[in-house]
Design a protein around this ligand. Structure first.
Ligand SMILES: [Zn+2]
Ligand SMILES: [Zn+2]
Length: 171
């Protein structure tokens, strides 16, 4: 595993090369966005990234954030996910350099995303590929449910029960 600093240097070099190839301006904003992306360990949407840049007083436009994310996606510096169960769900991103392939658990209550790695998934991928004569390049696996630990922000079951109880009391 590379050190965070050298990882960022590798990411910067990759972005620089990609911008050059696309004939895009190698502006400081784009590299600041890359730096923000690589300082995070979460799965964020474009708007959250934009807000984070604003909070750090970077003068970047929303459009720059969105199109830089597209460039990062193109050159493999971020991964894009659709974690929602419907078509309207926002795309979420995470840095990809120096990260192992992993699967996700998505809490449908607090919308937090947890990650796990299990070597058996790779084994399934290889076996299925062999059996069906298919060269599998990647996979994505998402488990949906609810956190059972106390850190889940809201406990809807209790909240709903409380509302129901109050409604009954009122009648
Ligand atoms: Zn992830
Ligand atoms: Zn939760």
């Amino acid at each position: 595993m590379q050190e965070p600093q050298s990882l960022l240097a590798t990411a910067r070099a990759k972005l620089e090369k990609s911008l050059l190839a696309k004939g895009l301006r190698r502006s400081g904003e784009r590299f600041a966005i890359l730096e923000e992306v690589y300082s995070r360990n979460d799965h964020f949407d474009a708007e959250e990234l934009f807000q984070a840049m604003q909070q750090k007083s970077y003068r970047v436009s929303r459009a720059t954030v969105y199109n830089t994310l597209d460039v990062l996606l193109d050159c493999g510096l971020v991964r894009k996910h659709r974690f929602g169960e419907d078509d309207n769900s926002k795309s979420r991103y995470e840095k990809s350099l120096g990260r192992q392939q992993h699967a996700h658990l998505v809490c449908t209550v607090c919308h937090r995303v947890k990650e796990f790695c299990d070597p058996r998934l790779h084994l399934i991928q290889t076996n299925v590929g062999n059996a069906l004569q298919f060269e599998v390049e990647s996979h994505s696996l998402v488990f949906y449910g609810q956190c059972t630990d106390d850190s889940c922000e809201t406990k809807p079951n209790e909240a709903t029960q409380e509302v129901a109880k109050r409604r009954n009391d009122a009648i």
